[in-house]
Write a protein that binds this ligand. Structure first.
Ligand code: GUN
Length: 311
């Protein structure tokens, strides 16, 4: 039986750590980090995500600025709002929830965000910084996965890592972060041949495709660590249920460690968003950053050591 990687608990501790840092900053400097969220239209899943992001921002003691816009808003109007938020000194992080309506270019919008406020790490300059080993804003989900992996392994040097999925939000930055941590990285996607063989060689398997339970336990290398980013809604016994991209029941018989769905990677994403907001704030003020930002650390070690001391 695998070790179940408790992302929910890890994220809770990370949020507590962030909350403590914010409280210290507030006492010493009388200011708090601020995160602006922008939701365009009425995608129900996006509404839930943005609501949770805003709620947890406030719970961590930060300021939340919520912008909910009609689906018919023009691209120019949205760019106007982003320009305002870029100039607003109370706003240290800006998050535009994706997807956007078809008449708006996500690329144009994301690249209009001041890269220093790009707490999603999606701006082309942050993507380039990550790829060239410079201190970037790191995308939240891959960052959360790296923290869980660092906690599991300590050093990842020399591990065979397979990332299945090549999205800009998860797959590609995940591969970059694993590479930066000295893994041998393979990226598989819908056209990859022999996925099963790739899986069998992987010491670390990161699944980010959004296909319910597509990887059976028989494909997994015994003792491997499985990070399941998929969150898929299916019906089981007539009830809506959330499952990952990995078949958890069979995989947990073979893997050394595995993230559950829900309660694995999901909660880490928002905790890392708060961490990035705190980091952006500290950088904007020239204050020391929390002990876990920057590529050199892949934003894990500092916090993990804090946790180990505390527990
Ligand atoms: N849509 C799905 N995931 C994300 C994310 O991490 N950030 C944003 N902004 N939109 C998303």
């Amino acid at each position: 039986m695998s070790r179940i990687i408790d992302g929910k608990l890890f994220a809770q501790r990370l949020r507590e750590f962030i909350g403590q840092q914010v409280a210290i900053i507030k006492t010493e400097h009388g200011v708090v980090p601020g995160l602006a969220t922008i939701l365009v239209g009425q995608n129900p899943a996006s509404e839930v995500y943005v609501r949770n992001k805003a709620r947890q921002t406030v719970e961590a003691g930060m300021a939340s600025f919520k912008h909910t816009l009609d689906a018919t808003i023009s691209q120019a109007e949205l760019l106007g709002l982003i320009a305002e938020l870029n100039a607003n000194e109370d706003v240290h992080g800006i998050l535009v929830q994706l997807p956007l309506p078809a008449h708006i270019s996500a690329e144009r919008v994301i690249n209009a965000i001041d890269p220093r406020k790009d707490v999603d790490g999606f701006h082309v300059s942050n993507v380039g910084m990550l790829g060239t080993g410079q201190p970037a804003m790191l995308p939240c989900t891959p960052l959360g996965c790296m923290m869980l992996l660092r906690e599991q392994f300590g050093s990842l040097t020399g591990k065979n890592a397979l990332v299945v999925g090549r999205s800009n939000i998860v797959g590609k930055p995940m591969a970059q972060l694993l590479l930066a941590d000295d893994c041998t990285v393979t990226i598989a996607h819908r056209y990859s041949e022999n996925l099963e063989e790739h899986c069998r060689r992987a010491d670390i398997l990161v699944m980010a495709v959004g296909k319910p339970q597509m990887i059976p336990g028989t494909w997994i290398k015994p003792g491997a660590t499985v990070i399941d980013v998929g969150i898929n809604r299916i019906e089981r016994n007539g009830k809506p249920t959330l499952v990952g991209d990995v078949d958890f029941t069979s995989a947990s018989e073979v893997a050394g460690a595995i993230t559950p769905v829900p309660g694995g990677v999901g909660p880490m994403t928002i905790a890392c968003l708060l961490l990035n907001t705190l980091t952006a704030f500290c950088r904007s003020k020239g204050m020391p950053e929390p002990a876990n930002s920057g590529l050199e650390l892949v934003n894990g070690i500092g916090v993990i050591q804090e946790f180990k001391k505390a527990s």
